[in-house]
Design a protein around this ligand. Structure first.
Ligand SMILES: Nc1ncnc2c1ncn2[C@@H]1O[C@H](COP(=O)(O)OP(=O)(O)OP(=O)(O)O)[C@@H](O)[C@H]1O
Length: 299
């Protein structure tokens, strides 16, 4: 199966949210990585067929999704970023309702709903009202509804937001298992999601696809661009103004900085093995706020 996103542009009141986004996806997990406002949700909504692009089109095996209608919805699973659920429904009733909307008959819906409740670990609370659910539980219910029709194309917009670390691992494994013979498009700004599940990473910035590679390929691209430098407390802010500084670790010997830079930031700086966190800093450094940069004190 092939999903072609062909020269998609979208503008809202004259402001471009997507500019000529063009990519072809085959089976596997594709991660769309970018900061807030980069255009991820806009792209996901267009690919899910609920938002019309200003220009461009989306094709499945050569056929325009706009012309496929119901046939596209039959093979699509979509978990939007903000996911409205009927809070007065129980988990089971909610899934039965969605199954009916997706056209499953009653007996296959019952079977599928039970299977999904097990899969996302909500079986014990299937009769509990959704209004009593935590954020993570609601998210898992969202994932269950997206998988109900066994979709060939799964679009998940920031699915791990609100999940605790254990749930996040569980969800990643679920996506990995699910992606065999299917196309999964996952938007995220959580690097570890990308590291563990994606075979293909699409970097989106200001509505444009700026780079695409495998996680390993990206790591090779930033080899010898990640440095470790120990400095004094007084030097920290000057270095931060000059370079993209990731983690700041305070030890008894001074302050250890992790720096992403094309050039050696100082003769004392040594190269270290890159991670995808460094890649994010490399592409989006100026947009990482100090809250997001890691600061560790080990004194
Ligand atoms: N309905 C809308 N009306 C006007 N502008 C919009 C609308 N939806 C999105 N935008 C703008 O389009 C741009 C891309 O937004 P989008 O939500 O697609 O980004 P994102 O990468 O998903 O970010 P986030 O992770 O914060 O959701 C932003 O500048 C946003 O303000």
């Amino acid at each position: 199966m092939k999903l072609q996103i062909e020269n998609i542009s979208k503008s809202y009141r004259g402001k471009d949210a997507l500019k000529n986004f063009h990519v072809e996806l085959s089976e596997g997990v594709h991660a769309l990585l970018g900061p807030n406002g980069a255009g991820k949700s806009t792209l996901m909504r267009i690919v899910a067929g609920i938002l019309r692009p200003s220009t461009g089109r989306v094709l499945v095996d050569g056929e325009d999704i706009a012309a496929m209608g119901e046939r596209y919805r039959d093979i699509l699973g979509y978990l939007p970023q903000s996911f409205g659920i009927y809070k007065r429904f129980t988990a089971e009733r909610f899934l039965m309702y969605i199954a009916a909307l997706k056209g499953l008959d009653k007996s296959s819906a019952e079977k599928k709903v039970s299977e999904m409740l097990q899969l996302v670990n909500l079986n014990d609370v299937r009769h509990v009202k959704v209004s009593k659910f935590s954020g993570g539980m609601k998210q898992r219910l969202g994932i269950a509804q997206a998988l109900l029709n066994d979709p060939k194309i799964l679009i998940v917009d920031e699915p791990t937001a609100g999940l605790d670390p254990k749930e996040r691992i569980r969800f990643r494994n679920l996506l990995s298992d699910f992606s065999t013979n299917r196309i999964v498009l996952l938007s995220t700004h959580i690097i570890s999601d990308v590291e563990f599940v994606a075979q293909d990473v699409l970097i989106i910035k200001n509505g444009q696809l700026v780079n695409r590679n495998t996680p390993e390929g990206f790591l090779r691209q930033i080899e010898r661009k990640v440095w470790s430098l120990t400095c004094t407390e007084r030097q920290v802010s000057t270095i931060q103004q000059q370079f993209q500084v990731g983690s700041v670790t305070r030890t008894r010997d001074g302050v250890s900085l992790r720096i992403v830079s094309d050039q050696q930031p100082s003769p004392n700086a040594e190269t270290v093995a890159p991670t995808l966190e460094d890649l994010y800093l490399y592409y989006f450094g100026e947009e990482v706020t100090s809250d997001e940069a890691t600061v560790t004190n080990v004194v």
